[in-house]
Design a protein around this ligand. Structure first.
Ligand code: EPU
Length: 343
């Protein structure tokens, strides 16, 4: 374990923001973590856990210790005729792990293909796409508790998952390093291909038999067409959450804007349930899609995604985000909230 000083973080955040960490350390074992927490540098500085850096906006250099967990490995924990429990360590690259499972016909993660980041970050904001969220497939996770210096085990319920939310964003923020996540996958071909975009892409691919791998390939194609390739254009995926409104508010918006896009939050409930508005639609119809000032912009293909064309600072991206929030609020009366972590 080597604690380095004044390390550029540009390559460690997918927004590509050029800031430094005063101290930076990569951790590959629990023993290293235990050594680190008793060190002077840990005890005298604030710290930040940085996984794949795909859901963070740095607005300034971090004057403390950045800890990058790099635990590696994939293990089968147990299996039955129909299910497999598979543990992935937090430093594994999310998409590679998804494809590993798809190749083996272990089903459940395919809709989450091509999401940037590492396994360890996936539960923190309950990543989700195309009708599936981590909470649907997570069995449990192991996390190192900075207070007790012990490993705690969290069940799915303990994580208090919600839309892009978990206990790790709130009461346990900064308290834990996630070391591994165990997923409960199915050996049966039960797939969720209800999204029109997914269905259309599968038809275009002309697949004769659905498999986790073909669905993951379809989703990868869709994501590549809508979301910027972060190796070329910096971004952190969706910058804002899709806001939830009551049925009454939705109906009055719908009267004014008949094309507004929204989905029921709980499709299983009868009419009258809360609705999730497509924030991308609101931002586009407030006139921001494709906007660019300097190197900070709104993606041309998906207005929910803010981008760094090269040298934008975090403050410039944040300033743009605030302008969008104000403009959407004044046009639609809806308050957007960021889903990325802002530092
Ligand atoms: N739309 C527009 N204009 C836009 C973008 C979207 O009108 O510029 C409308 C379209 O009608 C579109 C609808 O909004 O059909 C929904 O768009 P999309 O399918 O791209 O999904 P989203 O709601 O914008 C969410 C997640 C994505 C996830 C997709 C697919 C959030 C905050 N984002 O986006 O997750 O990949 O659904 O399931 O919930 C992420 O979290 O970083 C992320 C990319």
């Amino acid at each position: 374990m080597k604690i380095e000083q004044n390390i550029p973080l540009r390559k460690h955040n997918t927004f590509g923001i050029d800031v430094n960490a005063r101290y930076f350390v990569e951790i590959s074992t629990i023993d290293e973590l235990k050594t680190l927490v008793s060190s002077d540098i840990f005890q005298n500085n604030s710290y930040l856990i940085l996984g794949g850096g795909s859901n963070i906006l740095f607005t300034k250099s971090f004057d403390g210790l950045v800890i990058k967990p790099n635990f590696k490995g994939i293990e089968v924990v147990r299996e039955t005729e129909n299910e497999i429990f598979i543990k992935a360590y937090s430093g594994e690259i999310w998409h590679d792990f998804v494809m590993y499972c798809c190749e083996k016909n272990w089903n459940g993660l395919e809709n989450l293909a091509y999401i940037p980041g590492n396994v360890g970050a996936s539960p923190i904001q309950n990543i989700g796409a195309y009708g599936v969220e981590i909470k649907d497939v997570l069995d449990s996770l192991e996390a190192f508790n900075f207070e007790t210096k012990q490993i705690d085990i969290f069940s799915n319920i303990d994580c208090k998952f919600d839309y892009r939310e978990s206990v790790f964003k709130h009461e346990y923020k900064g308290r834990y390093v996630i070391c591994s996540v165990t997923f409960r996958l199915s050996k049966q071909p039960k797939f969720d291909t209800n999204y029109t975009a997914v269905n259309d892409e599968l038809k275009r691919m002309n697949v004769s038999e659905l498999s986790a791998k073909t669905i993951a390939e379809a989703i990868t194609t869709i994501r590549k067409s809508k979301l910027p390739e972060t190796s070329k254009i910096g971004s952190a995926g969706s910058f804002f959450k899709n806001p939830t409104v009551s049925q009454d508010i939705f109906q009055s918006l719908k009267t004014q804007y008949p094309d507004i896009v929204a989905y029921p939050c709980h499709p299983e409930q009868s009419e009258g349930s809360a609705m999730k508005l497509a924030a991308g639609w609101l931002i586009e119809h407030a006139g921001w899609k494709g906007f660019r000032k300097g190197d900070a912009g709104v993606h041309t293909q998906q207005a929910l995604v803010l981008v760094n064309y090269g040298k934008a600072t975090g403050a410039e991206i944040l300033n743009l985000a605030h302008q969008i929030i104000d403009s959407v609020k004044s046009k639609f009366g809806i308050e957007l909230a960021p889903e990325v972590n802002i530092f």
